[in-house]
Design a protein around this ligand. Structure first.
Ligand code: GUN
Length: 296
């Protein structure tokens, strides 16, 4: 039977609506407007597209958007000084330094210089530690979006076998922590995992985040499993540039119970969750109740 398609584009629109509702209440009841600062160093074209999209969506939900575009050869000291300034700016509740940074800048140093309370990417080492010990933290946006879609589809995830394919700090590891937090039995698999097809075949939930086009074929998917495809890979097919995921959608959707498409699956959820994290950070900074359904 063909899988149910999990429509990330539509889901992201509902998340943005919720965020916009919270922003309106913060303004009306507390005279507070959440502010998100995005820092872009250099002129990487893909990063420029992301940053533009983040700024546009931030304004659309009623928040303040501040963009800092720095020269490609900005010194580490100057970048750290800007982060420090944003850390100390009460009008800024979220800070995102767009990655990758130019090679002469130490990404870990820069990320860990962001105030953990304003780290809306959830990349700061304090937030990583808080998440892994089950404490309140800022949660990385893409895994948060995947979790929201899984909860929406299944209700409870308790007791399910989840296999995360990919062990990145940005997606694989935090995704595994979130699934563990929802009482899944979690396996983190990767390119060196022995018998990877069999490991994936045991999964009720497969999250594919390896960055290899169509690496997971349909015959690795257990009948009825839920497949979340985080991959966004640009390939050439039949002379055309197309976007594909890390899962072979055509064959996997014949076996899965539900599956996210690429494009239109996980992708739109990432920025929606960035906006959600900014509202959450703003509420926490002001000692206000957190928005329900927008956190992990
Ligand atoms: N570059 C690509 N995606 C992201 C993201 O989610 N956060 C940051 N900071 N940089 C990125």
């Amino acid at each position: 039977m063909a899988a149910q398609i999990i429509d990330g584009k539509a889901f992201a629109a509902t998340v943005r609506e919720k965020v916009a509702g919270h922003v309106a209440r913060l303004k009306e009841e507390h005279n507070i407007t959440p502010g998100l600062a995005v820092v872009l160093v250099g002129e990487d074209p893909a990063s420029q597209v992301y940053v533009r999209s983040k700024g546009k969506q931030t304004v659309e939900v009623g928040m303040n958007s501040v963009e800092h575009k720095l020269d490609v050869d900005t010194s580490e000291a100057d970048l750290l000084a800007l982060v420090d300034q944003l850390n100390n700016d009460p009008a800024i509740h979220g800070i995102l330094v767009q990655l990758p940074l130019p090679k002469h800048l130490d990404e870990d140093l820069v990320i860990n210089s962001i105030s953990p309370a304003k780290d809306v990417d959830g990349f700061h080492i304090s937030n990583v530690g808080l998440l892994s010990t089950g404490q309140k933290s800022m949660v990385p946006c893409t895994p948060l979006g995947c979790l929201m879609m899984l909860r929406d589809h299944h209700g409870s995830l308790s007791g399910m076998n989840a296999v995360v394919v990919g062990r990145s700090n940005i997606v694989g590891k935090p995704m595994a922590q979130l699934l563990l937090g929802d009482s899944c039995t979690v396996t983190i698999a990767h390119s060196r995992t022995k018998d990877l097809p069999d490991v994936v075949r045991r999964a009720d939930i497969v999250v594919a985040a390896v960055g290899r086009p169509e690496m997971v074929p349909g015959d690795w998917i257990k009948e009825g499993a839920t497949v979340i495809d985080v991959g966004i890979n640009r390939i050439e097919r039949d002379g055309k540039n197309v976007l594909v995921g890390d899962v072979d959608f055509a064959s996997a959707s014949e076996r899965a119970g539900a599956i996210t498409p690429v494009p239109g699956g996980v992708g739109p959820m990432t920025i929606a969750c960035l906006l959600a994290n900014t509202v959450t950070a703003c509420c926490r900074a002001n000692g206000l109740a957190e928005p329900e359904g927008l956190t992990a």
